[in-house]
Unconditional design. Structure first.
Length: 283
């Protein structure tokens, strides 16, 4: 593996791109005009900051990654890159992203991005081996991207921005718990405590996944209630929410890895569909 490819792998590009996409969605919803070029710049800034946060996560988890089949071939466990090289990469990448957000948009969006990086890299990451509360903590930086995009467009922390944060914050609980269910055997090797207490793949955990998914439905309708969208979006959000919820009922009935995997893939589809519908139906 070349060093260039190793640095690219540190970013976790697909994950970072998903996060950056939601920041662009937030920008498009907050902006008075659909300025695609500036939305792309928000996305680039978000991609850089997210990539830096993902790198910090891997620096702290080098020894843990070696223990898991899924992560053993990452650049740091393999020794292709040293921790020092990864830290320098983090500073350059994160610094570039924060500078872009501060200078092209506004300091508040950069401050929120910095907060997100700190919470993910320095709070959520060490909590993963300590307590299942890590998922709630990690949901905060995970929910901030659309709010960061909104602030980049508006320059202030408005109610609409917080609604976007709330939807993405709540979505992460069924999303991450489904992933934790599917990868539970691997996670246990590293001592990760990702499933809700007491950390078992049982009806109790399935019920919590269902509960958070159910709360997501009325939350996703708030943009319509507060006049952010037309009448098409709430129909899309409601249908997607009900389909998502039905997958959790399947998990409660079967308590199986197959059902958890269905929720995991369903969650990957749910968020971009709902967010794209928000933009297309923007008032």
């Amino acid at each position: 593996m070349s060093k260039a490819k190793a640095y690219f792998q540190l970013i976790k590009f697909r994950l970072a791109l998903t996060v950056a996409f939601s920041s662009a969605i937030g920008y498009l919803l907050g902006a008075n005009e659909l300025h695609w070029g500036r939305a792309l710049l928000v996305m680039v800034g978000g991609l850089a900051v997210t990539g830096a946060a993902n790198t910090i996560n891997q620096i702290f988890e080098i020894d843990l990654d070696r223990q898991m089949k899924r992560t053993a071939q990452r650049p740091l466990p393999l020794g292709i890159l040293s921790p020092l090289e990864a830290w320098v990469f983090t500073l350059v990448l994160g610094g570039a992203g924060l500078t872009l957000l501060a200078l092209v948009f506004n300091p508040l969006s950069a401050a929120l991005a910095l907060l997100s990086l700190i919470l993910y890299g320095f709070v959520y990451t060490p909590l993963k081996t300590i307590s299942p509360i890590c998922v709630a903590v990690g949901a905060i930086p995970g929910g901030l991207p659309p709010l960061i995009g909104w602030v980049a467009a508006t320059g202030f922390l408005g109610l609409q921005g917080w609604i976007l944060f709330g939807i993405q914050f709540m979505w992460q609980f069924p999303h991450f718990w489904a992933i934790a269910w599917v990868l539970d055997d691997d996670y246990k090797k590293a001592g990760f405590k990702m499933l809700p207490s007491p950390g078992k793949k049982d009806l109790r955990t399935a019920f919590q996944i269902m509960t958070y998914t159910m709360v997501l439905i009325p939350l996703s309708l708030l943009p319509f209630y507060f006049g952010m969208t037309g009448t098409v979006y709430p129909m899309v959000a409601a249908v997607c929410g009900v389909l998502f919820l039905m997958q959790t009922f399947y998990l409660m009935r079967t308590v199986s890895k197959k059902a958890a995997m269905s929720i995991m893939f369903g969650s990957f589809l749910y968020l971009p569909i709902v967010q794209i519908a928000l933009v297309l139906d923007k008032i």
